[in-house]
Each structure stands twice: as structure tokens, then as C-alpha cells.
Design a protein around this ligand. Structure first.
Ligand SMILES: C[S@@+](CC[C@H](N)C(=O)[O-])C[C@H]1O[C@@H](n2cnc3c(N)ncnc32)[C@H](O)[C@@H]1O
Length: 204
């Protein structure tokens, strides 16, 4: 598929519409994003490796898709990675990467929950934003962390145009619920001249 798939996904307005598009896109997703120079997973993984002391702490790759983000985490040395996603099609090829301990399809539109402390870090790379999963998902993920756990996620340029997303980060930090451990703004999809901000928040 060409560049039109990116427009289609950025304009999807519901989780169900997202899931359908990703299910259809799954077979060519890796080739399509690689052709556009998809850089955010490697940036997130390098940043997380810089703040986490234990590389054997379990990490949840939320919205793992075909596993590019899990592969990036494994590539910097993390050894226990689980993946969840709403799109069965996207996850079909994730297992073959051999980097996940467990992979699970989760229901569309239901709040995600695991016991706090199950994961030392939760990553949502390319998952939250305009035409993607809503901010409430970050609240759900933050609730799954114990004190000292990390939440890492990215907002692309489309998402950053809406001030609500960065306001959510400021709100969490200002309220003392999270500490900002990392933010950088750099390449996302170089072929589309798009950048993203990568964040790491630590639960207070
Ligand atoms: C751009 S892809 C990113 C996949 C992978 N993290 C990567 O970096 O290649 C976005 C993924 O988020 C998933 N997704 C979208 N909304 C979601 C939600 N509410 N809960 C879980 N996964 C979701 C999609 O199915 C898709 O696989």
C-alpha cells in the first residue's frame, strides 16, 4: 500500500474503525512503515533502556501490532516482553519474531486493566492520539503501574496539533501523579516528514 493508508489511519475516528483498518493493513504494515523510515520504536527503546535499571523487568507492549516495538525493546536488551493489541490481524505475525513471552488480543473499547506492578514498564508506541486510541487509555495504563513503574508513549505531529495530549502529560506531572523522566521530539516517519514526541513518565 502507498501513502494513502497513512491518511486513512490518521482519519479513523473510532476504535472499531481503527481495528478494521489495521486488520486489513497488517500484511504490508511492516514494509509500508519501514519504507517511510519508521523511527519511533527504536527511539522509545533506547530512551527506556536509559532509565530502567533492570532489563529483566516485565514490559507490556500495548498496541504491539506486528511486533516492531517489541523487537526494538528486545534489541536494546529487554528480556521479558508481553504484547496486547485490538487487531488480531496485526498480531498474527508478532509471534514469529520470537521476542514476546505472551501475546493477547484485547477487546475493542473496553478499559484495559492488570494488577499494578505486573509490569515494570508499559509502552504504547504509535498507539495514542488523533485518529488512534484516546487519552483515557493512558489513564488506564497508568493505573496498571505500581509506584516506580514507567509509562512510555509517543505522540506524532497530528496528535501534537491538539493541545489536549500534552496537557494530559502536564496535568499528571503537575498533580504529582507522575514524574517526567524523558521527552524528546525527533523523527517518526522520515519519508512523510513527520516527527513524534517520545515520553517516559515514572509513577509516583
Ligand atoms: C501504528 S500501530 C503501532 C504498532 C506497534 N506499536 C509499532 O510501533 O509498530 C498502532 C497499533 O495500535 C493498535 N491499537 C489502536 N487502538 C488500540 C487500543 N485502544 N488498544 C490497543 N491497541 C490499539 C492498533 O491495532 C495497531 O496495531
Amino acid at each position: 500500500m502507498g501513502e494513502e493508508i497513512f491518511e486513512k489511519i490518521y482519519q479513523a475516528r473510532s476504535a472499531e474503525a481503527q481495528r478494521e483498518i489495521y486488520d486489513t493493513w497488517s500484511e504490508t504494515y511492516d514494509a509500508d512503515v519501514k519504507a517511510q523510515g519508521y523511527a519511533t520504536p527504536a527511539r522509545m527503546a533506547a530512551a527506556l533502556a536509559g532509565v530502567m535499571e533492570r532489563y529483566d523487568a516485565p514490559i507490556l507492549d500495548f498496541g504491539c501490532g506486528t511486533g516492531l516495538s517489541g523487537a526494538a525493546l528486545a534489541g536494546v536488551g529487554f528480556t521479558v516482553i508481553d504484547g496486547v493489541d485490538i487487531s488480531e490481524g496485526m498480531m498474527a505475525s508478532a509471534g514469529a519474531r520470537g521476542v514476546y513471552r505472551d501475546l493477547r488480543v484485547i477487546p475493542v473499547g473496553e478499559p484495559f486493566s492488570v494488577a499494578p506492578g505486573t509490569y515494570g514498564a508499559i509502552a504504547a508506541v504509535g498507539v495514542i492520539g488523533s485518529g488512534a486510541a484516546p487519552l483515557s487509555v493512558l489513564d488506564d495504563l497508568a493505573a496498571c503501574l505500581a509506584s516506580g513503574g514507567y509509562l512510555t508513549f509517543s505522540f506524532n505531529d497530528h496528535t501534537l496539533e491538539d493541545p489536549a495530549y500534552e496537557a494530559w502529560v502536564r496535568g499528571e506531572v503537575d498533580a504529582g501523579r507522575m514524574g517526567l523522566r524523558h521527552r524528546d521530539y525527533d523523527a517518526h516517519l522520515t519519508g512523510l516528514d513527520m516527527k513524534s514526541a517520545v515520553y517516559i513518565l515514572e509513577k509516583s
